[in-house]
Ligand binder design. Structure first.
Ligand code: ADE
Ligand code: ZN
Length: 326
């Protein structure tokens, strides 16, 4: 079969998707209208034309502004349902979805509103469309350890409704070890742990995500190839990297997709996966990421099967489900 057809049709897991980054401009305007929120953009087109980024921070500023239209449980439900519907079309059979509660609780939205809306969308999608979906609560690393602990406290009444914790937002200047005690507590609570590291930041941040935070996966991790000893460890321990090619291109982590190191990561024996990160902002959902990075780097059907298999291996789904998908 043609490679693009294989990439689109193969079952896969998506392990790195920020639900607030799936909010399309059309839905941002619809929710702004519904909630009486004023936006600093005149139209969908004006908003979309602001999506020209030079680095991670230039994106985050616009991404947090977009999330300001989310107020009610129904808003969170509608956002997650739209993503899950789209993921099903891309043959995603398992989605592990990040959410950023501090972006919402800081605006007076309750933790209960956020988690109930997202979780209900996951349950309904599983029942109606058969997709397996779970939530991962991310701490914003530009905020304090104290704020992260308070956020964890607020989330604990809903512990059955998320499977783990992550670490995202501005990487440079906010090394993983800032959250060592928070992650130790999460580990004791039996939560899964992941962290963004080595997106813009150095290999040292990947080492400390592994050693100080004891994470089970690294989000992005593309800077790992700069450190031979780190590559050897990631390969030996089968630590997955949740790579996001279009995100890396749009945030200028690589000058263009042809320079992306996904193929080199796989060829080094690492458990790399393909994901969309913030699909509404970076020009594509998971299959767009597969299609474009394969076209740009000349990867083969063997790479495609490896990436799909890696995505299931790296997922936090029940082992029986993983075996059935692989
Ligand atoms: N939040 C949403 N997308 C992100 C990314 N790519 N890196 C860090 N934080 C994020
Ligand atoms: Zn991310």
């Amino acid at each position: 079969a043609r490679l693009p057809a294989l990439l689109q049709a193969m079952p896969k897991a998506e392990l790195h998707i920020h639900i607030e980054g799936s909010l399309e401009p059309e839905l941002i305007f619809q929710l702004a209208e519904r909630n009486g929120v004023r936006l600093p953009y005149a139209s969908v087109e004006a908003l979309r034309s602001a999506y020209a980024f030079s680095n991670l921070q230039s994106f985050l500023d616009i991404y947090y502004a977009g999330a300001s239209v989310l107020l009610t449980e129904q808003d969170f439900y509608d956002m997650a349902r739209a993503y899950l519907r789209r993921a099903v079309r891309d043959k995603v059979v398992r989605a592990e979805i990040f959410f950023d509660p501090q972006t919402h609780t800081a605006r007076g939205v309750s933790m209960e509103t956020v988690i109930r809306g997202l979780h209900r969308a996951c349950e309904d999608a599983q029942r109606e469309w058969g997709i397996s979906a779970a939530l991962i609560l991310c701490f914003l690393r530009h905020l304090s350890e104290e704020d992260a602990f308070a956020t964890l406290e607020q989330a604990l009444p809903f512990q059955g409704q998320f499977i783990g914790v992550g670490l995202d937002s501005s990487e440079l200047g906010h090394p993983p070890e800032k959250f060592e005690r928070v992650f130790a507590r999460c580990r004791a609570l039996g939560l899964h742990r992941v962290a963004h590291a080595g997106e813009e930041g150095p290999p040292a941040y990947i080492w400390s995500a592994l050693d100080a935070l004891q994470v089970e996966r690294i989000d992005h991790g593309v800077q790992a190839l700069k450190d031979e000893a780190l590559v050897a460890r990631l390969a030996r321990e089968r630590v997955a990297l949740t790579v996001c090619p279009l995100s890396n291109q749009k945030l200028c982590v690589f000058p263009d997709l042809a320079q992306h190191n996904l193929r080199a990561l796989l060829d080094a024996g690492l458990c790399a996966t393909v994901n969309s990160d913030d699909p509404a902002y970076f020009g594509g959902y998971i299959n767009d990421n597969f299609l474009q990075v394969f076209a740009a780097t000349g990867m083969t059907a063997a790479h495609a099967w490896q990436l799909a298999s890696n995505s299931f291996e790296a997922s936090f789904a029940p082992e029986a489900d993983k075996r059935a998908w692989m």
